[in-house]
Design a protein around this ligand. Structure first.
Ligand SMILES: *Cc1c(COP(=O)(O)O)cnc(C)c1O
Length: 401
C-alpha cells in the first residue's frame, strides 16, 4: 500500500504518507517505534563506516534505524531530495556538513548573521582545523561573489536568516558557488520545505533543525541534511557513525508524527504571523517590523519569488527593549518568553545586539552599522504559533502599552 507515485501527489498527502507503510507483520497503520540498538543479521557485515552503503542492512542504530529511516524518507520527499540523513540536533547536522565537506586549506563563505551556534563553529572551531572562513552578508550576492577564492569549497547561507530575516537569493548563490567549484549548503530551518525547496533552486545540501517547524511541538530535538546520495555518504560515515550525532529513535518517531501536519501548521503559522506583523507595524510603540510577507520588507519581492509560504518568524524593535523584555517575562499570558522557534506555542525573545555581535557575529565597520541600522540595541524575535491570532494580539498589546 505504499504510494505508487509521488510527483502527482500534493504536499499534504506526501507529509502524511511518504516514507510510511502499514507494518508488514502486524498491519499497524501508524509507524512503529523501533528502539533496538542492535539487529540480528544473517550475513557478515563490515565494522567500518567506510564500507557503509545504501544497501547495508540494519546493523546498529548509530548507523541506521527503521524509525529514523521513515523520517528521513518523508523529509527527502518533501525537500525533493534523493536522500536525507537525520541527526541528534540541528547543530549535529550542521557540524557534520562542515566537518565532512571541508578540510585544512579549504575556504568557507558563510552568512555573517545566522544561527549563533553555527556562527561560532565557523569563527572559532573551523579555523582551528586550518579552514579559512569569510562571513559575508549573503543577502547581497555581490558580497558572496567578492569573497570567493580558488580554495572556496563551500558556501553556506541561512535564509530567512536569524534574527533579522534577511533573504538570500538561492538561485544566484548557487550560480556563484558552482562557478567557483564550491557546493552551496542552505540552512532552511526558518523556511521549512513548505516554503522553499533549495535543491530545486540549485543548492547541493539543505540543513534543518527538526526541533523547529518540522517537529513542530517543542518536545523533540533533531536535525537533518538533505541532498544527493553521493554528498550524504560522507555525512553518514563521519557525522553519524564516527562523530556519533545520532538521533534517538524516540525523537525520530515524535518528529515523524509532527511532520504529518506540517503543511497545515505552516499555513496557520503564516496566517497568524501576517496578522501579528500588521498589528505590530501599526502600533505606535513599535519602531520597526521585519516579516518577509510584509510589503515593507526590503526583500519582499525576492521572498515572494522564492517562498511559497512566508513562515511564522517576525522580528521587531521597540524603544527601551530591556524594559519591554522585563514586562514580557512578567506579564505575557499566552506567549512564552523563551528561545527556540517553530513550535505550535508562540515564543518571543530579545536578541540583544551587543551580546550577538560580541559572542557570535563579531561584525565591525560598515557591516556592524548595517546590522545596527535595523536592530538598534536589540530586536524581539517572535515565533508566531498556532493559537488564535486575536489572543496573541491582545497578549502583545498589554505588554507594548
Ligand atoms: C535552532 C537552529 C539551529 C540549531 O538546531 P538545534 O536543533 O537547536 O541544534 C540551526 N539553525 C537554525 C536556523 C536554527 O534555528
Amino acid at each position: 500500500m505504499a504510494l505508487k507515485t509521488l510527483h502527482d501527489k500534493g504536499s499534504r498527502t506526501l507529509a502524511i504518507h511518504a516514507g510510511e507503510d502499514p507494518d508488514p507483520t502486524t498491519g499497524a497503520s501508524s509507524p512503529s517505534l523501533v528502539m533496538s540498538s542492535t539487529y540480528v543479521v544473517d550475513e557478515e557485515i563490515s565494522f567500518s563506516a567506510n564500507n557503509l552503503s545504501a544497501e547495508t542492512p540494519f546493523v546498529y542504530t548509530r548507523w541506521d534505524n527503521p524509525t529514523t529511516r521513515k523520517l528521513e524518507q518523508k523529509l527527502a520527499v518533501l525537500e525533493r531530495a534523493e536522500a536525507c540523513a537525520a541527526f541528534a540536533s540541528g547543530m549535529a547536522a550542521s557540524t557534520a556538513v562542515l566537518l565532512a565537506h571541508l578540510r585544512a586549506g579549504d575556504h568557507l563563505v558563510i552568512s555573517n548573521t545566522n544561527y549563533p551556534g553555527t556562527a561560532e563553529v565557523a569563527r572559532d572551531t573551523l579555523p582551528r582545523f586550518g579552514i579559512d572562513v569569510s562571513p559575508v552578508d549573503s543577502s547581497d550576492l555581490d558580497c558572496i561573489r567578492a569573497a570567493m577564492r580558488d580554495s572556496t569549497r563551500l558556501v553556506w547561507v541561512e535564509t530567512p536568516s536569524n534574527p533579522l530575516l534577511r533573504i538570500t537569493d538561492l538561485r544566484g548563490a548557487a550560480e556563484i558557488a558552482h562557478a567557483g567549484g564550491a557546493l552551496l549548503a542552505v540552512d532552511s530551518t526558518f523556511a521549512s520545505p513548505l516554503a522553499t525547496r533549495p535543491l530545486e533552486l540549485g543548492a547541493d545540501l539543505v540543513v534543518h533543525s527538526l526541533t523547529k517547524y518540522i517537529g513542530g511541538h517543542g518536545d523533540a530535538m533533531g536535525g537533518a541534511v538533505c541532498g544527493s546520495q553521493a554528498l550524504l555518504g560522507p555525512l553518514r560515515g563521519e557525522g553519524l557513525v564516527h562523530f556519533g550525532g545520532v538521533i534517538s529513535p524516540f525523537n525520530a518517531w515524535l518528529i515523524l508524527r509532527g511532520m504529518a501536519t506540517l503543511p497545515l501548521r505552516m499555513r496557520c503559522h503564516e496566517q497568524n504571523a501576517l496578522a501579528l506583523a500588521l498589528f505590530l507595524e501599526n502600533h505606535a510603540g513599535v519602531e520597526l517590523v521585519r516579516y518577509p510577507g510584509l510589503e515593507s520588507h526590503p526583500q519582499h519581492a525576492l521572498a515572494r519569488a522564492q517562498m511559497d509560504n512566508f513562515s511564522g518568524m517576525i522580528c521587531f524593535r521597540t524603544p527601551d527593549p530591556k524594559a519591554v523584555a522585563q514586562r514580557m517575562m512578567r506579564e505575557l499570558e499566552i506567549i512564552h518568553y523563551a528561545v527556540s522557534l517553530g513550535h505550535h506555542r508562540s515564543l518571543v525573545y530579545l536578541m540583544q545586539t551587543d551580546d550577538l555581535i560580541g559572542s557570535s557575529y563579531r561584525l565591525d565597520g560598515a557591516e556592524l552599522d548595517k546590522y545596527r541600522s535595523v536592530a538598534g540595541d536589540g530586536v524581539f524575535r517572535l515565533s508566531v504559533g498556532l493559537e488564535d491570532s486575536i489572543d496573541l494580539i491582545r497578549d502583545l498589546e498589554r505588554v507594548l502599552g
